[in-house]
Design a protein around this ligand. Structure first.
Ligand SMILES: Nc1ncnc2c1ncn2[C@@H]1O[C@H](COP(=O)(O)OP(=O)(O)OP(=O)(O)O)[C@@H](O)[C@H]1O
Ligand SMILES: [Mg+2]
Length: 431
């Protein structure tokens, strides 16, 4: 008996394994301390959904009636003999939906082309039938070593998503100045993601020039995402800030499935201490995917009625989706003490406090935009110090440290009270 020990617990599942192989796997797992065998699916069709559900750790814990010790490694054993094409298809789907679940192909064929096809589809190991203990244990050892290496190199950075309560509230200007301040003097690894589906302004404002490939092209390649691939998509600002551009073309629809957007942002957070996402206005699927990966959502509004109304609606919607009040921030941009809507009225309408105020500095900001030269972080202006304070607050709060921060999605807390509904808003503002 092999006496190797794993620091991770193993949860395994079979897809279309023939009875002999499944029995061999079950016997083997029975001898691995802490291993859990979930079962064997008897069809390839829709397996990605069933495997996802079955390997979901809370589900496993419910089935077992006890909590699993973490960390745990989930592995899927796919039989490549029943239907090779289907096996390849399901491997590719699982690889893209559950990149953290390694897949082991199991087959009686040792045809090199078949082995290459399985590995290309995303299998981590190719096991020859009959399944032998030493093969499986060697595979587990390699998977664990890879996962440990990956965990060691993870930064577990903070994703901050900025959305405008309406168009033109200043999201791009704020996102890029925040990102520059966070990256200040190359002290922190920071990336700005322009998530506009076409003609985003971030690279223009930063003066980096356009990239021929956008964030969406990267997200659509998320099944082969690694640092080497990422390099080919990055724009570099001389400050050290990295940027993923928006598509330049307007004659095609650009986008990526929400799961790919989420996966790409999670990947970036493993590399960068801060990932700042500049979103178009509106709670689109892409923006919601970005919010799902974020520790903070910043709704950028100005002191105007439509902006306030939309902000209320966004907060309500995010609250209904279960996002914690603490993860939603309202930033009042172009702030002026003499604004036509007082802070009190705005806060009453929102049913919460304004989290941040950035002063109205039109000349300074528009000059920076037109010159493609952002406002320096050394700048002593009111705009400069508002951004600096914001960045320092994020850094002070442990953002981008090596500790795991819960995402906005994970940290669902009591719902935000947004009592001031739009119906009563005009009355509230005395209009
Ligand atoms: N704090 C500020 N003070 C004065 N003007 C500002 C401020 N922030 C942004 N602006 C101005 O607002 C305009 C819109 O800014 P920006 O492009 O950043 O908005 P946006 O929300 O990203 O727009 P879009 O919805 O088109 O993406 C610009 O002309 C910019 O100069
Ligand atoms: Mg913009």
């Amino acid at each position: 008996m092999d006496t190797r020990e794993w620091s991770a617990k193993v949860v395994v599942m079979g897809v279309c394994l023939d009875p002999t192989s499944y029995q061999a796997l079950s016997d083997l797992m029975a001898g691995v301390p802490g291993a859990v065998n979930i079962g064997n699916l008897d069809h390839y069709g829709s397996a990605e959904r069933e495997v996802g559900r079955a390997l979901d750790i809370p589900h496993v814990e419910r089935e077992l009636g006890r909590a699993l010790d973490i960390p745990h490694t989930r592995i899927c054993f796919i039989d490549y003999d029943q239907n090779r094409e289907e096996a390849i298809r399901i491997t590719e789907r699982l690889r893209s939906e559950y990149p953290d679940v390694p897949m082991f192909a199991v087959s009686s064929s040792s045809d090199p082309q078949g082995i290459i096809a399985a590995m290309r589809a995303g299998c981590a190991e190719y096991l020859a039938k009959p399944i032998q203990q030493v093969q499986v244990l060697d595979g587990l050892t390699r998977v664990e070593a890879k996962q440990k290496k990956k965990a060691r190199s993870r930064v577990r950075g903070k994703v901050i998503t900025l959305i405008g309560a309406k168009g033109g509230t200043g999201v791009t200007s704020l996102a890029l100045h925040l990102a520059l301040e966070l990256a200040h003097e190359g002290k922190r690894k920071c990336i700005l993601v322009d998530q506009h589906p076409a003609l985003g302004d971030a690279s223009l404002y930063l003066g980096t020039g356009r990239h021929q490939y956008s964030f969406y092209e990267l997200a659509n390649s998320s099944d082969r995402l690694d640092e080497e691939l990422l390099q080919g998509f990055l724009l570099h600002h001389f400050s050290g800030l990295h940027l993923l551009d928006s598509p330049e073309m307007v004659d095609a629809i650009h986008g990526a499935p929400p799961s790919a957007v989420e996966h790409t942002l999670a990947f970036l957070a493993n590399i960068y201490q801060f990932v700042v996402v500049d979103c178009p206005p509106g709670l689109t699927d892409g923006t919601l995917a970005s919010i799902a990966q974020s520790e903070q959502v910043v709704i950028v509004m100005t002191a105007e009625l439509p902006s306030v109304r939309n902000c209320v609606r966004y907060i309500e919607h995010l609250s209904k989706l279960g996002y914690a009040a603490a993860s939603i921030h309202v930033l009042l941009n172009r702030y002026s003490k003499k604004g036509s809507l007082s802070d009190d009225r705005i806060e009453k309408a929102l049913g919460r406090e304004i989290s941040l105020r950035v002063p109205n500095s039109y000349n300074e900001v528009i000059q920076a935009i037109n010159a493609g030269t952002p406002i320096s972080s050394e700048n002593k202006s009111e705009f400069g110090s508002a951004i600096r304070n914001w960045a320092h607050e994020l850094i002070r709060n442990g953002a981008g440290n090596d500790s795991i921060q819960g995402t906005a999605a994970a940290a669902a807390k009591p719902r935000v009270e947004t009592n001031a509904l739009f119906g009563g808003m005009r009355a509230l503002f005395g209009k």
